[in-house]
Write a protein that binds this ligand. Structure first.
Ligand SMILES: [Fe+2]
Length: 175
């Protein structure tokens, strides 16, 4: 895409607003993950959430440094989408009594969050490229790849957790 000079300032404004929302998103995920670790019964799932908490703390630091580079200030914006996804995840956890069903809902909620993060960082990386900010684009690509790997790991774990839930459902149907 070719940008005209008058569009560049508008895109820069959007990019900074997007980074500020991404920072709020990561800070809210940092606060939500400890509950998800605590509610997980599958040890692989708990380990994946623990690992992603460490990665998410890294994402907070990376986005803060991109904001400082872009504006000299690293204050966060407001990401309404992540608040809605976290509220929905909390409701799903409350509704799931059986531990393996709870694990399934935790994975589903976490994947919705990951897909949102993948969309956010894919957009921010493209905008950084359009603005000619190659260093920022590389940092955003690194975060994007970690989000994609976290999503893929959740898909792999869901195969074993889903099998456990199916076995339990079949067993209780026979009993
Ligand atoms: Fe993240």
């Amino acid at each position: 895409m070719k940008l005209f000079s008058e569009n560049i300032e508008d895109l820069r404004t959007l990019y900074v607003a997007g980074l500020k929302k991404a920072l709020d998103m990561e800070q809210k995920i940092t606060k939500a993950l400890p509950t998800m670790i605590e509610k997980s019964t599958d040890s692989q799932l708990a380990a994946a959430f623990r690992n992603h908490l460490t990665e998410t703390q890294g994402h907070v630091a990376k986005v803060q440094s991109l904001l400082r580079e872009a504006t000299g200030d690293d204050s966060a914006g407001t990401c309404k989408a992540i608040s809605a996804l976290i509220t929905e995840a909390e409701d799903n956890i409350k509704d799931a009594a059986d531990p393996s069903i709870r694990d399934i809902t935790l994975i589903a909620s976490a994947q919705q969050v990951e897909h949102h993060e993948i969309a956010v960082y894919g957009t921010l990386r493209s905008w950084a490229e359009l603005l000619g900010q190659d260093g920022a684009a590389n940092t955003l690509e690194t975060i994007l790849e970690e989000e994609k790997k976290a999503d893929e790991l959740l898909t792999a774990i869901s195969d074993t957790v889903n099998t456990t839930a199916e076995t339990r459902t079949a067993y209780s149907a026979r009993a």
